[in-house]
Every structure is written in C-alpha cells, then in structure tokens.
Design a protein around this ligand. Structure first.
Ligand code: ATP
Length: 245
C-alpha cells in the first residue's frame, strides 16, 4: 500500500549541488516517502537533457520531493504534466495566472517562470520511486539563455514558505489521484491551461530534422499532438523540445 504522506518531512539546506541528485541518493538509501529537500542555493542545478538550472542566491524556490508510487515506472507517462497542473492550481489560488508549456514548463506572458525535473529510480518491475524537482523564480534569477519571468517582477511578491506550502498541498492531491488514475484524470485541466494549443509550433529533437505543425493538445499519456501536413503526429516526453513558431 502507498505510504501515508499526510505529513511531509522537510529538510532545508543552505547549499547543495542539486536537490534532485541529493534526494536520489537518499532514496536509494531508503529515505521515506514524502521527504522534501529545499535548498537556498544549488551549485549544479539541473534541467532536462543535461541542461542547467541557474538562480542567483535568494531568487528561487528550489526543492525536490521523494514520492513512492504503487504504479511501476511503465504507469507514469504524463507525470511531469500532472506536476505542472499542481503548480497551476497552487499559483492560481494565490492569484498568479500562469500557462503550461509542454512538457514541463510554467510560463508567465510567454516567459519561463518555473521548470520541473522528474527522475525515476527503482527497478522496472516494482513500484516506482520518483524524485520530483521544481525550480520557481520568486525574484530575478540573473541572466538566463531564454526569456524568463519571476513572481516579484510580475507583481506577485509572495514568500517562499507560503509558496512551498501551497505547492506541497496541491502536489499531495495531484500525486494521490495520479497514483490511482494516471494522467488521463488531468488531461482536460492541463489542456485548459496550455500555451500554444491551436498555434503553429516547431518540435525539435537532439538528432534529426525538426517537425512543424499546429499544436493540438495532449493525449491520455501526456504525449504532444501536432497536426502536420502528413497527418496527426504524437510526440512523447523525452529528447524533444517545443517552440512556438
Ligand atoms: P526549454 O525550457 O528550453 O524548453 P527544458 O524544458 O528541457 O527546455 P528545463 O529542463 O526545464 O528545460 O530547464 C533547463 C533550461 O531552463 C535551461 O536550458 C535554461 O534555458 C532555462 N533556465 C535555467 N535557469 C532558469 C531559471 N532560473 N528560470 C527560467 N529558466 C531557466
């Protein structure tokens, strides 16, 4: 049965390399379901595909949490999108309007406010152990190689403690439902908050030619649907990046 996480265990550190890295190590050493590690600063914060997450001291809410599912790894497609729904719920309740960019970004006015990094561990057959990392700009993170947003500049001066509490509460609901029903339970809500739906987009891969088309939302696994001249195509989370054209 799923371990109860009606209470979180919260660890706060001044500095670490990456909260995802540290929680992954603790997970393999048997750390409990519901453990949260928040860092004031990461010296080697990570994004997807080996990219870096950067934030100057005090500018970010940066944390990871450990969640043990009853589902195996094969039952987790769409999890990063569901985590995005939890962030949307928490921020909307605090008066911050945000949009979701497939697969795992939060935007304010088209600029990146937050990123989500999900890493799976545990053997392929048993229940999955998941480390969910979230970086959210509360204030100016410093120079970044793409347009970024932060809550203070957007007129929402929220404290990190209040934000963390709101996000953890929303995550508890979302992850509990996801464990039972998978991403299908969130498909409609995700799509309702999605950026780029109905708009021209370009899908790029680490290898091969990009694909252009019109974004048509996501399927029950959280895969991106793009209408191309050759027909409707499906793209899975993985080595794929999405841009508006
Ligand atoms: P992209 O956001 O470019 O589509 P991605 O979803 O794979 O790619 P992430 O894994 O979320 O990216 O995060 C890594 C990227 O996020 C970096 O390459 C950088 O462009 C951007 N980034 C790094 N630090 C921040 C920050 N504090 N705020 C917003 N964006 C950041």
């Amino acid at each position: 049965a799923e371990a109860a996480a009606d209470t979180w265990t919260l660890a706060l550190v001044d500095e670490t390399d990456s909260t995802n890295t540290q929680l992954t190590i603790r997970a393999s050493a048997g750390a409990p379901h519901g453990l949260v590690l928040a860092a004031e600063r990461q010296s080697a914060g990570r994004g997807r595909l080996g990219r870096r997450w950067q934030a100057r001291l005090g500018s970010g809410l940066t944390f990871s949490l450990l969640w043990r599912f009853e589902r195996g790894i094969a039952g987790l497609p769409g999890l990063s999108l569901a985590v995005g729904v939890a962030l949307v719920r928490a921020l909307t309740a605090l008066g911050v309007p945000v949009a979701l960019k497939w697969p795992n970004d939060l935007l304010i006015d088209g600029a990146k406010l937050a990123g989500i990094l999900i890493e799976l561990s545990g053997d392929a057959l048993g229940p999955a152990t998941v480390v969910i990392g979230i970086g959210l700009n509360v204030a100016d993170p410093g120079p970044i190689d793409q347009p970024v947003a932060n809550l203070a500049a957007a007129g929402h001066p929220l404290g990190r403690n209040q934000l963390l509490a709101a996000v953890l509460n929303a995550l508890h609901d979302v992850l509990t439902t996801f464990n039972r029903e998978g991403f299908a339970a969130f498909r409609e809500e995700w799509t309702a908050h999605a950026a780029f739906v109905g708009e021209p987009v370009r899908v790029s891969f680490s290898h091969g030619q990009p694909v252009e088309g019109i974004a048509r939302g996501v399927d029950d696994n959280g895969a991106l649907l793009v209408e191309t001249p050759e027909g409707l195509r499906t793209f899975h989370v993985g080595e794929v990046s999405l841009r508006r054209r």
